[in-house]
Design a protein around this ligand. Structure first.
Ligand SMILES: [Fe+2]
Ligand SMILES: [Fe+2]
Length: 351
């Protein structure tokens, strides 16, 4: 095995170690490609969604900002993408596939180039290209083999990115479905107004930003704080039954139990379980007091009281100031005085 192959294998094993950010990963693959092939520059081009052109996903050097805006639908890269075969062009002038379009736009002078397809499950999704071999000689068959090995790593990186995107899409849509379900039950049970979960999440994250509280955890805790009401039916509660509120008091526990099974949301569990605790220890389900209550839950509690009172208040300027006074009155009793103070002085100021 040649020294360069060993270098490549070393680099590949390192490639995925420190990042799952696909853009950085592809940048690293580009850098590695020029280094191993001893080339002046490298780029990764990817098919547009309708496959009408390629675009520069990664490019290095002075021309990079211009390249990113150029759609490519001719030249050697386009030929490789269309045919799924590599191209080793050591004299661009004598190769009919070379059109020079990019050189004309950027002012770059391509002498020779090597371009390999990036394939995912047999389908070409883009190309990896190196240009201008450093020194007198042109690119070699070995360069081509090394580049092909690197292109399969680029394919893995892109496939992972695609999967991650699909997971993200699934996750955010699932949250929306959860919220729809929570609000449907909540509104029918007269426990909330439509949009309650989103509004509480918005106000909570605004307070959280002022208190340096981790955004995601607070956001998911807030948007799903009432998810436990989805269990009502299972426990025999029916709309209009005699004492739904006693039963309703179980919802923070039910909610925490539902969400604790979802690993990605596990940090939101304490917020869900404790969003009805009172600062003075008179709340439920555990009667926690002061700082025993997780900060995220104390924040959601303020957001929720404000939202509820405001929606029930008469629609007038006076209604709002009365609500603020009532919230102030709850500081140190139901609500954390510090959170109330930050909410009123930082979040509501100027709104
Ligand atoms: Fe709520
Ligand atoms: Fe609740």
């Amino acid at each position: 095995m040649t020294e360069r192959r060993l270098e490549l294998l070393d680099a590949i094993s390192d490639l995925f170690r420190d990042t799952d950010d696909v853009d950085r990963l592809l940048q690293k693959i580009g850098t590695l490609a020029s280094k191993l092939a001893r080339a002046e520059g490298s780029s990764i081009l990817i098919f547009s969604e309708d496959r009408s052109h390629l675009y520069f996903k990664v490019s290095r050097g002075k021309t990079a900002p211009i390249l990113r805006r150029i759609p490519v639908s001719d030249g050697v890269a386009w030929w490789v993408a269309q045919n799924g075969r590599p191209a080793l062009v050591n004299d661009v002038e004598s190769d009919p596939r070379f059109t020079g379009t990019i050189d004309k736009i950027t002012g770059f002078k391509t002498r020779n180039l090597l371009c390999v397809p990036i394939k995912l499950e047999g389908k070409v999704i883009g190309v990896l290209e190196v240009v201008n071999k450093l020194g007198e000689e042109g690119f070699t068959k070995e360069d081509l083999q090394l580049l092909s090995m690197l292109s399969s790593q680029a394919a893995i990186a892109l496939r992972n990115a695609e999967r991650m995107e699909e997971y993200r899409n699934f996750f955010s849509n699932s949250i929306e479905i959860f919220v729809k379900a929570i609000e449907t039950v909540g509104v029918m049970a007269n426990m909330m107004f439509p949009g309650h979960c989103w509004r509480v999440a918005l106000i909570s994250t605004l307070i959280g930003q002022m208190m340096d509280v981790e955004g995601e955890e607070l956001y998911y805790g807030a948007v799903l704080h009432d998810i436990g009401i989805l269990e009502y039916k299972e426990l025999g509660w029916e709309f209009g039954s005699e004492d739904p509120w006693e039963n309703a008091k179980q919802h923070p526990i039910w909610g925490a139990n539902i969400v604790k099974e979802i690993k990605m949301l596990s940090s939101a569990v304490p917020i869900i379980r404790h969003h009805h605790e009172n600062y003075d220890g008179t709340g439920y389900p555990d009667g926690l007091k002061g700082d025993e209550i997780p900060l995220g839950a104390r924040i959601v509690s303020v957001a929720e009281r404000y939202e509820e009172l405001l929606l029930k208040a008469p629609i007038s300027g006076k209604g709002r100031s009365e609500v603020i006074e009532r919230i102030k009155g709850m500081a140190g009793k139901e609500l954390d005085p510090k959170v109330v103070e930050i909410f009123i002085s930082e979040v509501l100021r100027g709104r």
